[in-house]
Ligand binder design. Sequence first.
Ligand code: ARG
Ligand code: ZN
Length: 869
Amino acid sequence: MNIAAHPVVEADQTVYLKDYQKPSFLVDSIQLDIQVFDDKTHVYAKLDMQRQTAGDLVLLGRDLQLQSIKVNGQVLAENEYQLDTEQLSIANAPEHAVIETHVIIHPESNTQLEGLYLAGGDLFVTQNEPEGFRKITFYPDRPDVLSVFTTRVEADKKFPVLLANGNLIEAGEAGEGRHYTVWQDPTKKPAYLFACVIGDLAVLKDSYVTSEGRNVALEIYAEEKDIAKCHIAMEALKHSMRWDEEHYGRPYDLDNYMIVATSAFNMGAMENKGLNIFNTSCVLADEEYTTDAAIMRVQSVIAHEYFHNWTGNRITCRDWFQLCLKEGLTVFRDQSFSEDLQSAAVQRIDDVAVLKAHQFPEDSGPLSHPPRPDHFVEINNFYTATVYEKGAEINRMMATLLGKEKFRAGTDEYFKRHDGQAVTVEDWVAALTAGSGVDLSSFLIWYNQPGTPKLEAQGEYDATAQTYRLSLKQSLKAHPKYPNLKAVPIPVALALFNKASGEQLVLNSDALFENAVKDGVYLFDQDEAVIEFTGVKAQPVVSLLRSFSAPVNLEFNYSDEELAFLLQYETNGFNQWQAAQSLVENILLKDHDAQIYLDAISSPKLLPQLVCKDPLLASRLLDVPAEGYLGSRIDENYNPAMIQEKRNALLTAVALSFTGFWKNIYQTLEAPAEFSQAMGVRALKNIALNMMARQGDESVFDLAFEQFKTTQNMSERLGALKVLVWNDAPQAKEALADFYARFKGEALSMDQWFMVQAAHPKATAESIQALTQHPDYDLKVPNRIRAVSGGLNANPVNTWSFGVQHFIGLAKYLDEKNPIVGSRLLQALSRWYTLAEPQRSVVKAELEALKPQVKSKNVSETLNSMLSV
Ligand code: ARG
Ligand code: ZN
């Protein structure tokens, strides 16, 4: 078998970036005809292919029943091609080959939710990124093969909606109660962006006029009862379209933009050209049925998929190693969009909290990999926090360094150079460099090596010389697979404050040093460096990594007093929050005394004022990190029960040290009309309710039950339900029953009902089993699995006891049924090696025992990596 035409798959199934080769054939156009029946689907494909380099003509295909194949009109006999479970290859194919195939597939029994699949009673959808298209038809299914798609979709009329990418050019009767549509997508695209939808759905319509004057029809398809929950998404879509014109000069390029909601989806959403397919959790938004956090997420995912139209679709990836090219950039863009929607500081806090809770632990353990990996077994395993979130941070660092104008000049150059192409991370950095005139090539180091850098800083004030010297040092933990780790460029945004007055100082930094501090940012790109500030008249407090200017672990020997100072006087909301977090980590992980923190947080100068001005930021300053996050900061002898105990003690101390404050907040704060302010007030009132419960006053349960019954807002209802259920309040059962009766038919609300119960701190194997055996639990719907598993995992004490069996059982079951989700869920156990004995050995043995029982590349690769510590 000749395998020169695509990355070499070795016997061990590992694919390497270094083996990339251009495809031997390109596809100028493809005509598809997809005919859906109850028990099978026929797919006819006609590919117009042109030779580019020497080698066999290779078509990838998986689980396809080949009926016939023709080359330039001639039927091929079985000895004229080679077929295995992954591909069909034709030796000595002519320069110009028109390939016609007919295959049969079975979307009605496809549980993997990849390719074309039945997503529920009357809806078929596709998910083709990264390698799903090969489950629909034989095709060179790789992102550097771009083609013009014409798609005919035919089905029974019980499916009135027949959609595909591009413009509708024909529709009609197909006989025997069937009908069809034909769609043509004028833009060349890789197969992973192909989509089609066959179903019975209602639609919400709107329109948008682009900066170029193009009138775009906007359509969101969902179940009839959910159409009213699509308005927030529609507004977010129009807002995103305007935002991309204003911030990146990118108007939309087709006459229609369609979004389809489905409840059976492995991920959040998918940016298929002009026809996005969304998990309902990322498109349906309504204060009555979904929480404030979910509403914020809908807006950001709508923006994310829309922004992919330029960063991902018009300019795509050469190969899947470049995934962070499109994802890192698009996440950076959606985060910037969300910063414009609400308090920018809070958005940054929330994004960094996600980064630290997921990406930092991933990067410090056995699943650590560079944002651009150089090898993989199963690419689906690399849709990770590192590729997405660390990828976004790399772009943010470059944007910070360049400033608005130069960054824009750089992105303009990228769009000018590469529109219509499939490119690499190097191409992106080179275009940014050329457009901005600033050499950014050293940022490629960030893309190519794993691990979170440690940034050690030390400050020294000389009162006589009036100088402040800041010494910086960076290092990375050695990695067996990446021996040549290099220093990375770290933009350090910083400020100095007068310790006595709290005032911010004007910075004069010494020009002796290679990089000066410019606009409050110092570019630290050596192993070590010293900055000297002059004219510092009084003892300063330094604030480092403002707005988290780089994804590093900062070690600075702050005293708790200095942290309390920053919490109070920093004008950067993110660093205020960071100071509070550092204080809490000192208490919970380093056994510092809690008093300084408690005094700072209850100071009359801080929260009482902020509560009115910026309630959302006030609520974040009260954050006490989750047990799971705290556990991820511990690398050995981790004892989940001890963390739980300490954290509970601190929360109770916070509750008791603000005696009247909580009740006061609860009774006086009123949610205003403006959404982001209202969200802040609701968050604060829910914290207050929790704190009152911790004060031990049982009358709080009456308040909570009253809130639960009377509100029409899901954040308020759920906040109250959690207080009742997690404290085993007498009203808990009734509240759960009421919630069930109210939201029985609402899948997203019911996910919350499952989650709240699974997240009970005293959940047991039996209580979890009762949930997984509930008639509304459904292993075919990833959202429902994640509701229970995510809930369980909210309490690491439970995860690491009976939860181990739960996650291993799911990985085993899903290994065949839905390996993408199975592999993802198993990662809940990836930090097993940090546990204290005997738990460590117990979990290890369980994982070892799973090894011979799993077959999918997804689950096996994850399990092997997890066990490789
Ligand atoms: N490109 C999609 C997004 O980030 C995610 C698709 C992931 N799909 C998968 N099978 N891993 O918006
Ligand atoms: Zn994306």
